[in-house]
Design a protein around this ligand. Structure first.
Ligand code: BDR
Ligand code: CA
Length: 311
């Protein structure tokens, strides 16, 4: 049976690759894509998600717009990484497929209440505003979620948008706190993992050499957002963050981690959005997440190339 998922996203080039990986994978049934403000404002993320579906020739996928700002803070965006459109790197046609009328939060609640309990997995790869808002509005959905596999946070890598916070958690720390405290089964892909999934030259050229439009588009996006991280970290390529979540659903054996307690800092101005991960189990706080620490990067890129080539 195919695993039912909803991707909650703020595309974003790496979000786009995550969506493509899901669309290319028979193991997964994508019930819908819910968009949130993050890398760029909501109007652009909702447009970009549809551009990606059309690139993959899947205009029937339902795309929903959700929250346009964090629960109680001003939106912080990341055009400095992703460009003005959020999907800079290649010019693709404006989408012809419609945006759904329903609000993403209503879609999340309705779907979780309709599908049998424990059969829908959420894959948040942007700020957690939509997911937390759905949990606040309808707490009865929480026990019905099969799993939440999210990209966000860091422990050993500490932060990327501030010295101590990763972007997705930093943008809406109150939302992250609601999700991490919810009791829903969590799998977390922090920077500790995604910084090992680097787009080296050979990996990017594999995508560029693929026939059709999709592989070369992935290569162009990567070329664009790499420049920022390569300069910042002096690394060979850029971390391909968000597709790690989808790869985990397809091949969990590529990843390893620990069941630990993770708390979100919402009070301190200095360390706002920090994921305080008890990796060494120095507290008695109960585990609330499988916090991933390692990845078989070769296996991950082999999977990604094999799947993207199908599109
Ligand atoms: C996360 O922030 C965004 O810029 C990326 O799309 C990813 O979800 C990495 O910190
Ligand atoms: Ca993202």
């Amino acid at each position: 049976m195919r695993r039912k998922i909803i991707i909650d996203t703020d595309p974003g080039q790496d979000d786009a690759v995550a969506i493509l990986l899901a669309l290319a994978s028979d193991e997964l049934e994508l019930l819908g894509i819910t968009c949130v403000a993050g890398n760029v404002p909501l109007s652009l993320t909702a447009k970009n998600a549809r551009i990606v579906c059309e690139l993959a020739n899947r205009p029937e996928i339902r795309v929903f717009a959700g929250c346009n700002a964090p629960i109680k803070r001003k939106l912080v965006t990341a055009e400095h990484v992703h460009g003005k459109t959020g999907l800079d790197g290649i010019t693709l046609p404006d989408p012809a497929m419609p945006l759904q009328d329903q609000h993403a939060v209503d879609f999340l609640i309705e779907t979780l209440m309709r599908e049998p309990s424990g059969t829908v997995t959420l894959c948040p790869i942007g700020p957690l505003t939509n997911i937390a808002t759905a949990m606040q509005r309808a707490p009865e959905i929480i026990s019905r979620i099969e799993q939440i596999v999210l990209m966000g946070g860091a422990y050993f890598e500490v932060g990327n948008i501030t010295p101590t916070a990763e972007f997705n958690i930093y943008v809406d720390p109150e939302a992250a706190k609601i999700v991490f405290d919810s009791g829903a089964p969590l799998v977390v892909m922090p920077l500790d993992v995604t910084h090992k999934a680097l787009t080296t030259r050979a990996r990017v050229e594999t995508f560029r050499a693929m026939p059709g439009k999709v592989g070369p588009a992935v290569a162009s996006w990567t070329d664009f957002f790499e420049r920022f991280d390569k300069e910042k970290y002096g690394s060979e390529g850029a971390p391909l963050h968000d597709p790690c979540t989808i790869a985990y659903l397809i091949k969990p054996e590529l990843f390893s981690g620990r069941e630990i307690n993770v708390e979100i800092e919402t009070g301190s101005e200095l360390t706002l959005g920090m994921t305080v991960a008890d990796w060494w189990r120095v507290t008695k706080r109960p585990a609330n997440a499988l916090f991933i620490g390692d990845i078989d990067a070769e296996g991950f890129f082999a999977l990604l190339a094999e799947r993207i080539a199908r599109l």
